[in-house]
Ligand binder design. Structure first.
Ligand code: FAD
Length: 274
């Protein structure tokens, strides 16, 4: 492989990172490097500069304000999995994070990197969308419904830095995924949440981008029980199809996992509402 030159920068503050991003042409933010470095090795990405934001203290926090858990962009997956606050408030989020990859992945991967990358098989986007989270950047706040725009694509501008994700604490929530046995990425993952704004169901892994099922949401709003979604069939058109599973298989999994996610939500006791 022919090496190519790039510069590496490690700012200590968000302001420094912003200035570098504005000044350096063709720069990319580096969080844990778990997606970006392999992409660079394969030459799918070849930035001229890397801005390593992994040690910026302002991006590294988990805190609760009222009925919201706010997680800084540089927080690594294991920190979320280890957080008693997250376990108590949003148990479904804690268990989602516990099942990401393996310990090495959880010790390098970050919330910001996962959400900004929007891999079709990533787990976090399902939680962000189902909980109706707000994505905070150095420039604005973006609702989850407006954030995920397509495969590996989000509403973030090139000069924007994701700083935190605010997760509203749901009344109850559950996440179940059928993991690829090699990577642990979701073949399909379904996150069901009953929030102050109603029931939300988000599906990852099945299609090129995380999406909501309005049919399941309507059914669960009437009766929050596994049987409510049992007969809702998801159409396979447009679903992912690869060596791991056909579109039909993934569509079938959505219904199966949605039922299980509702059952998990019913057993959960997280959230301020009991
Ligand atoms: C073997 C393996 C198994 C995995 N299994 C799973 C799994 O089961 N489930 C799952 O969900 N994920 C899984 N992952 C993904 C992993 O957990 C990381 O979340 C993901 O790779 C992103 O990595 P990162 O945080 O290091 O970000 P990076 O690789 O550093 O960055 C990813 C992208 O996001 C951009 N970016 C990073 N931070 C920001 C920011 N704050 N603002 C704006 N843009 C930003 C970068 O410029 C880059 O384009 C796996 C990864 C590997 C390598």
């Amino acid at each position: 492989m022919i090496p190519y030159p790039f510069t590496y920068h490690r700012p200590n503050s968000l302001a420094e990172a912003e200035a570098l991003l504005a000044r350096l042409p063709d720069a990319k933010l580096l969080a844990g490097g778990h997606s970006l470095i392999p992409a660079m090795k394969l030459r799918l990405a070849s930035p001229a500069a890397l801005i390593d934001i992994s040690r910026i203290a302002d991006l590294s926090f988990i805190r609760r304000a009222g009925d919201t858990i706010s997680i800084g962009a540089a927080v690594r997956h294991f920190e979320v999995a280890d957080s008693e606050m997250v376990h108590k408030a949003i148990a479904a989020l804690a268990s989602l994070v516990e099942e990401i990859g393996d310990p090495a992945v959880r010790h390098m991967g970050t919330v910001g990197g996962s959400v900004a990358n929007n891999d079709p098989a990533a787990d976090y986007p399902a939680a962000v969308l189902a909980l109706g989270a707000t994505i905070r950047t150095n420039q604005r706040s973006i609702s989850a419904d407006d954030f995920f725009t397509g495969m590996f694509s989000t509403a973030l501008e090139d000069t924007e830095i994701l700083t935190a994700v605010d997760f509203p604490i749901p009344k109850r929530a559950g996440y179940v995924k059928f993991a690829n046995p090699a990577s642990r990425y979701a073949m399909v993952g379904v996150f069901v949440a009953e929030t102050a704004g109603g029931v939300r169901v988000a599906i990852t892994g099945a299609a090129p981008c995380v999406f909501r099922s309005s049919e399941m949401e309507t059914a669960l709003a009437q009766s929050f029980a596994p049987d409510a979604v049992a007969s809702i069939a998801i159409r396979p058109e447009g679903m992912n199809s690869d060596i791991h599973g056909s579109a039909e298989y993934r569509a079938h999994l959505v219904t199966v996992l949605a039922k299980r996610a509702v059952a998990v939500a019913l057993r959960s006791s997280g959230g301020p509402h009991g």
